[in-house]
Design a protein around this ligand. Sequence first.
Ligand code: GLN
Length: 251
Amino acid sequence: MIAPKEPHEFGGVGGLGGVGGAAPYKPAGFLVPEGPVGVLAIQGSFELHLATLRRLGVRSRPVRKPVDLEGLSALILPGGESTVMSLLMQKYSLFEPVRKLGEKGLPMLGTCAGAILLGHGEGIPQRLELAPVELQRNAYGTQVDSFTATLSLKPFSRPFHGIFIRAPRILRLLGPRGPDGGEGRRHRVEAVTLGELHGSPVLVSAGNFLLATFHPELTDDLRIHDYFLRRFVSRKVEEPVLSVGRLAVGR
Ligand code: GLN
């Protein structure tokens, strides 16, 4: 599905050339951090996220080991199988470095299984618990219960074609103390719903995190990635420098 550009949007389909021939991502009025956008590339639909970034003209890097996290300006956690991704992140010593970078403010986009990993929830897998959002895995049923839906998302004036594959459901947005309401402040960021389906959030922003329970990388519509880059990764020319670009691992 090819979507025309939003009037106020930069990037998007058609504006930056096709795969392989894209001009550098330089939205008017915004400064783009120097570091590439990393895509966790140990399982799942990481190739499609990398292709989407190429189409937008954004420098990207597959992330398979801790050194790949050096100097990133953002990280995408793709859809796939969250249990496998969680186990492999631990096996390849990525779990804690990714959690630390998230806590330090590195912008992160999680789609489907990636959103599961960024949030909280019962049972396996072990999650990063970076975003104050509770998600139930496989909430709509098995693979055959996968579906598509026309979504009305707050950042966009036109509908978005949502592809839900064994998707999680966002059960609730959590307060600063996380799901148990325990002592102390666990989250510094507040979750905001940017789109719903049948009363459940499907797109949520929370500080430096953007969570989608659907798969934008399976469409030709670049608006979610474009929005993530514009709203979370870039900064307006007149704004002071954010500390999120070029973060180093473990510092
Ligand atoms: N059901 C998968 C999980 O729990 C997520 C599916 C997906 O990413 N499309 O990890």
